[in-house]
Design a protein around this ligand. Sequence first.
Ligand code: PCA
Length: 325
Amino acid sequence: MKTIATLMATAAVAVTAAAPALAETWDMPLAYSATNFHSENAAKFGECVTSGTGGAIEIVTHPSGSLFKGADIKRAVQTGQVNIGERLLSGHQNENALFGFDSVPFLATSFEASGKLYEAAKPKIEEVLAEQNLTLLYAVPWPPQGLYFRDEVKTVDDMKGIKFRSYNNATSRLAELTGMLPVTIEAAEISQAFATGVADSMISSGATGYDRKVWESLNYFYEVDAWLPRNYVMVNTDSWNGLDEATQTVFRDCAATAEAEGLEASIAYTNFTLDGLREGGMTVEKASDAMVNGLKAVGETMTAEWLEASGDDGAAIVDAFKGMQ
Ligand code: PCA
């Protein structure tokens, strides 16, 4: 005959099993503002995991670098200060040139090419991340990168001496090679930087200019389609290994959806945001042949430098990508 105590213990176990007693909150730092399409996509991804796990894991996104600044997000995930986060992949180019595969000028200039380049690079990038206790979940490209200026610019020669906001090593190098003066500033802070004259130009997507309302300070956007950098979502590998298989499957499925929907949003945003810049009063046009030719020369130098810095692994990525054409 069961004692009261046994009955009570059994009931307690039943309650524990039914409710998500092990419910955990996973804080997810994001570098970009809540209104940015990557952040909106990450929020949807978070809801997908939260509902898919029946609330056992609740993902809470923290946009605009509010929990960790962009430059600190990877370290925070690596060291387990948070379980998950999103960051611009090429932001880590200073650690390892391979992370900059998607910011090599004019290597992949369309969504289609950028998808192939990512496919070519992904195994190596996953390996490098794994060595750093990080598991890659999904990655989404930004729209093609063009040049923003306060004043009209016709050629690369006109760029000399202009203060330029950079977001990774490649953008700083582009500034140096065109005679501009780079200063690294997170997207979340650019509106202020332009308003106060800390910078008068940048390379970025229409999406970021639109999201940050840069028409309040800048007047020209030249479509260059120099490259399409990616944001990626990473999980701390110890945290990942602590998840049971069913939970990992929920994460993987939500990640696949986020990757597909994020890409769609990025494609849709390309023209939508360029129109938005025009509505804001900016001149938006294709870069002139003279400007493109000057940038291509700079791009060749940068490509050679990247190949040298990334060694055999970088060359293998480029070869694999070219083999897909
Ligand atoms: N926006 C990000 C990176 C690339 C882009 O289009 C930024 O400007 O920080």
